[in-house]
Design a protein. Sequence first.
Length: 366
Amino acid sequence: MDANKVNALAESVYGYAVETRRRFHEHPELSNQEHETTHYIISQLEEMGIPYLTPAPTGVIAVIQGAKPGKVLGIRADIDALPIQELNETPYRSQNDGVMHACGHDAHTASLLATAKALNECRDQLAGTVKLIFQPAEEYFPSGALAMMAKGDLDDCDAIIGVHVLSHIPVGKICVEAGGKMAASASLNIKVKGHGGHGGMPHQAVDAIVAASAIVMNLQTMASRELDANNPAVITIGTMQAGTAKNIIAEEAYMTGTMRYYDNDLLDTLGTAALRIIPPRLSGRRQRWRSFPACLPLSTILSYPSCPQRWLSTCLARMPFSLRSAQLAVTISLTMRKRPPVCTHGSARRTRKRFPIIRITIHALT
């Protein structure tokens, strides 16, 4: 098929794509809840006479068999929306409160349906098979892509392609680049526990918001100072919930975020560094005090019979009030040094007695 015929075919389904996109935009659904969206896609495929598969409760795989033998090509679009309240004033604004197609999945789905319509009209000229993949739960982990592949319906695909709309690309332009274009992602879910109190008596409390803010800043420093600039990655904290009133120090803070990367090996680096900044609460299994590489709750450390509590208390007393808590996760190392020369009653005297030097590094509240 020559370029003129392809352009004419695209123009013929343009109005359908616009109408369908607005219909999807008006009725968005969250990940794994795209039942109405799935039913509408199926109804359109049935009108076109295109066979389809439903490998998961939501999502569809349409199959267009060409008249000639050839390879199998998959074309993929995502169909779920985001938990966002739409503020746009358009005739086709979201009718579902708190849910919006804010990432372009309505356009992706409509474009794939229009593609199905166009390809179906010229199937006698196609060599091979096209599988149109309407994937659910792209915004959710684990992704709906796994459910679409679980039954082997895509195992025969020689290649799978997909597109994503971007607001900074001019209308009518297509951006194609060598290498990775869309980053992989991983999620962060962080719960910070402090000790609540009155806003006028912060010395009696442990402010979870202050600790959570420090975590956010340290994560950004990690991304900008520990990672190779030639192998980029992004860490974003997207939500933070904490506190109940303006004059109460928050006891808990909860954050969620995302890590984006192009190199799969970088995920281990990101995860390891993130856990260093946000250590998980470890079990209180007994460890040798002289070798203390782990991060433990302070209450566990103080419970050790060999813990030099007097020196530890002195060190803790010098910490900022917001960091003093039985909920602190700390790294402590204990070394033994010879006491330096001291003066007693005007005379210098050396002693070979060894005493502990405690180094405490605050990582996070657990």
